[in-house]
Every structure is written in structure tokens, then in C-alpha cells.
Design a protein around this ligand. Sequence first.
Ligand code: PHE
Length: 330
Amino acid sequence: MELWIKKIESASTLEELESLRVDTLGKKGVLTVEFAKMKDIPAEDKKSFAENLNKQKEQVTKALDSKKIELEAIALDKKLQNEKIDVTRFNNEITSGATHPVAETMNKIITYFQNLNFAVEEGPLVEDDFHNFQALNLPEYHPARDMADTFYNKDYTLLRTHTSPVQIRTMLSQKAPIRMIAPGTVFRRDFDITHTPMFHQIEGLVVDCADKISFANLKHVMVEFLQHIFGEVEVRFRPSYFPFTEPSAEVDISCVFCKGNGCRVCSQTGWLEVLGCGVVDQNVFDAVGYKDKSGYAFGLGVERFAMLIHSIGDLRSLFESDTRLLGQFK
Ligand code: PHE
């Protein structure tokens, strides 16, 4: 029996142990076979024979039981080890989103003007001819209508080509003084490296009594604003034309400036156009019934600002939802 007990003690798996149990205590096991011999044992020897066998059976049973407990504990350990959950790993796998560069730029500009006490106004994306063109001093057949390639709907409404109609809506519904910005989506029939059919603008309008608002006020606000956004750039006002402002200007920033994550994309001239602005044309005040007023207005493209701030070369990449680009803005 000692041999069997040794075998039991050195069993390394529960399966092995089970087959040792069958070999010893099973129907045809060595001990069962021994017990069967009882009937042939002379009566006087039966007692000691049985005692001896029972003792052996007890030893084998004990060895089997304790080995079973040991092997079960090992098996359980192994199972737990395999199913172990590393709770610290979950954090690594959760990825957070990021603010889209256009939204981020928009929010930055809105916040800047809110701090200067500008109200935020909104208007509809589907506009009519009056608000998008006529009231802005763009009568029918006016050549300047070609400046924007318009999406027209069947019912003679159109998708607004700029945020300037919000100037009209605000002046029609509020009395001067007005100090507002209008951020929003606009649409033009255009598609190339610097144009997408849908993009975003921020409009600005300041109106007060006649002679109170001048080009000098506009210039000051624009220079301060552009230097807040782009750092220590030079700002240049170039005479230009918009039907709704007179005089009008396009504003450029110098692009010699390199700071933070490198140099900004630069043009040959050393100047980059960033916005349009001017003194509100008298015809616009006439269209909304404003008398004896003066004001200035400006309009800028949010994508253009985002591209300059982040050195993005192709405008279209802002709308492709490519996580390789968006992931950089976390
Ligand atoms: N609406 C003009 C554009 O879309 C921008 C602008 C706004 C210019 C206000 C002057 C004043 O290009």
C-alpha cells in the first residue's frame, strides 16, 4: 500500500488522482479485490485481516482526500489567474473626444467679443433675397451678387451666403445702440483647397448715434482682436469693396511671426488676408429704417482662422472627420 500512497502523494492533476482512486478503491481496485478475499479467510484470522485492510483503506482515503484538497486549490488558483481582470488597464483604453478645431476657434472668438460686451445673435440658414442681398445694398442684377455663388431653393429662398443678413435681422428687431456678433454656418457653391460649400463665419456689427462710431473705432477693435488671436503680428488695412460698407477694407496680418508649434503658412507677399470690414453704408440703414446712425461691421471666416492658428494646409481636411487630424486637438 505504501507504493500507492506514494503515487497518490505525487499526483499532479485531479484526473491522475481520480484514476488512482479507481485503481485502489474502485470496483476492481486493489483494496476492493483484497476485501473480496475475506470470505476465504479462516474465521480466526478474519478479524486481524479486516483490521489491517481497514487501516490501509483509511490511509489511502486520507491520502486521496488531502491530495484532492491540495490539487483543487491549485486548480482554482490557476483559474483565477487566467481570469484575472487588471482594472488599471481600463483607464488606458478609454479615449476621450476633442473639441473640433473649428468649434474651438469659434468659441475663442465668441468669448473674446463677449468680454467686450458684444451680444451673440443668430439668424436662419435658409434666407430670403431681401435679408441676404437687397437690404445689404445688393439690388437685383447688382454685379456684386456674383461675389457669392448662391445655392437657390425652388421656392426662391436661398442658403445664406454670409452671416451679414443677421445684421439686418438684428437692426429690424432692435433699436440702436447695437453691439453684436453673429457666428454661424454659411453656404457657397465652391469647392477646392481653400473653399468648401459649407463653412462658418462670424459677423460683427456696432451701431450708435450719428458720428459716434468711426473707422478709427473699427480699426482699434480689429487690431486688438487680431493680436489677441495671432500674437504680435502687424495688421494692415487694405482698401476694398463690399456693397454694405463704405469705406470698406480687407485686413491682413503679417506672417513673419513664428511661435509655439512653428511658423504659420505664409504667402509670397508676407501678408495674409484674414477678414473684411467697413463703415456701415447709409443704404443699409435706410433699408432697416435707421435714422441718424453710424456704425461699423466686420466678417471673418472661422475655418480660415482655424487653419492659420493650427497651420492646416487644406481646408477640406477640417470636414473629413479623420481622427488622425482631430486626435491632435485633445
Ligand atoms: N459678408 C462679407 C463676406 O462674406 C464679409 C463682411 C462682413 C465684410 C461685414 C464687411 C462687413 O465676405
